[in-house]
Design a protein around this ligand. Structure first.
Ligand SMILES: Cc1ncc(COP(=O)(O)O)c(C=O)c1O
Length: 385
């Protein structure tokens, strides 16, 4: 028994996190050059669960007495047992996710929402007050906010009028600047469309040696596949996804980043030690056993989205309805403020996106349930546009 325990301790110790810069890198891509020097050199905090990894085997677990993490040995206030710290690397969840997403476990990072991954990418790559990133508005607002929080400059190349990506322009601007990262959202929020075909993204990934972040928060609703299949080929690619949309788990705050094992190692170095709580890990794992339910949700959202597309053209005050590969629809109206206020007065809350570049007069509606959508359309019928 003592021998077995000793062996177990050695195995557990050997599995503590390896520094990211121990890993081999592709020749054409210099990760070290992109990473903030203090982060590259950082010796990460080593938590109790880093130094002693708990094996899955319950017999071994039961033989152990945990006096290493200053937890409460008596139990938890309330009923559920929450007195032990969770797995800092969410191994079970990543194993299951790896099968569902067909992405190797060492290429997966889990964050407190994908927003956490965005923030950590800034902290890994961008020197505050010095570095810059590129975004393509109108797009998801957190790239700018995270940049501002991290005191990182933001350059912008607007999407085309039809919200497609001006690929050549992005390449030209990126090649003349030293951006650490380019953020591209596909399908895009708030416009809802696929901004470019996969070849355009590959062109950027090939030509540009900084980090290309492709945010696929809405990918489950799209008619095209995720770009996770490109991860093996592009060491500068980071893909973000989330459990907040199609999986219906926004309350859990669980987001995914897929990238090279080296980039994942860097995110692990800077993350707070226990960034995904144990309940979220458990519920995320349960959700992955119900892929069929996620697919049913997506099918129903598609049906409801199609119904809204059939209804919205009847309104004269709607000038343009944009195509959507997501669970929301953007439309341009002659009366954005009046329509927005009218809907709020009737307890229906949509998003006024009029202040976004290229989105003048635009409201964004999330696809609701059948009843909610019928209510929205009935209200619009009585709107004095
Ligand atoms: C494009 C995009 N990325 C990321 C997020 C945030 O995802 P999470 O809930 O995982 O932080 C959103 C939320 O609306 C989004 O629209």
């Amino acid at each position: 028994m003592v021998d077995e325990l000793l062996k177990y301790l050695q195995r557990a110790h050997a599995r503590t996190r390896a520094p990211a810069n121990d890993c081999g890198l592709m020749k054409t891509f210099n990760l070290e050059k992109l990473v903030r020097p203090n982060i590259w050199a950082l010796k990460p905090y080593s938590s109790a669960r880093d130094e002693f990894v708990i094996e899955d085997d319950t017999a071994t677990q039961n033989a152990l007495t945990f006096l290493d993490a200053n937890e409460n040995p008596l139990g938890s206030v309330g009923n559920a047992p929450n007195n032990r710290y969770p797995d800092p690397y969410q191994r079970h969840l990543k194993q299951a996710l790896s099968t569902v997403k067909q992405v190797a476990e060492e290429r997966i990072f889990l964050g407190n929402g994908s927003d956490e991954a965005v923030d950590l990418l800034f902290r890994v790559f961008c020197i505050p007050g010095q570095d810059k990133i590129l975004i393509t508005p109108p797009t998801y607002g957190m790239y700018q906010v995270s940049a501002d929080i991290n005191h990182v400059g933001v350059d912008k190349v607007l999407l085309n009028e039809d919200f497609s990506l001006p690929t050549e322009k992005v390449l030209e601007v990126a090649q003349n600047n030293d951006y650490k990262m380019i953020f591209l959202c596909n399908p895009n929020n708030p416009t809802g469309n696929a901004i470019a075909p996969q070849e355009a993204f590959e062109k950027i990934l090939n030509a540009y040696q900084g980090i290309v972040v492709i945010d696929e928060a809405y990918i489950d609703f799209a008619a095209f596949p995720s770009m996770t299949g490109l991860l093996d080929r592009y060491p500068n690619l980071v893909i973000l996804q989330t459990f907040s949309k199609a999986w219906g788990l926004a309350n859990l705050r669980l987001g995914m980043a897929f990238a090279s094992p080296e980039i994942i190692g860097l995110l692990n170095k800077v993350k707070p030690p226990y960034n995904i709580n144990g309940l979220t890990q458990e519920l995320g794992l349960k959700a992955l056993e119900h892929l069929d339910q996620k697919n049913e949700f997506v099918a129903e959202i598609h049906r409801q989205r199609a119904w809204l597309y059939a209804q919205l053209p009847q309104f004269d005050f709607i000038q343009k309805i944009y195509p959507s590969e997501t669970n929301f629809i953007l439309f341009k109206t002659t009366q954005p403020k009046r329509l927005y206020d009218y809907l709020v007065q009737h307890q229906v809350i949509v998003r006024n996106r009029s202040t976004q570049p290229l989105c003048e007069g635009c409201l964004r509606i999330s696809v609701g349930t059948e009843t909610e959508n019928q209510r929205l359309v009935a209200l619009m019928k009585s709107f004095d546009g």
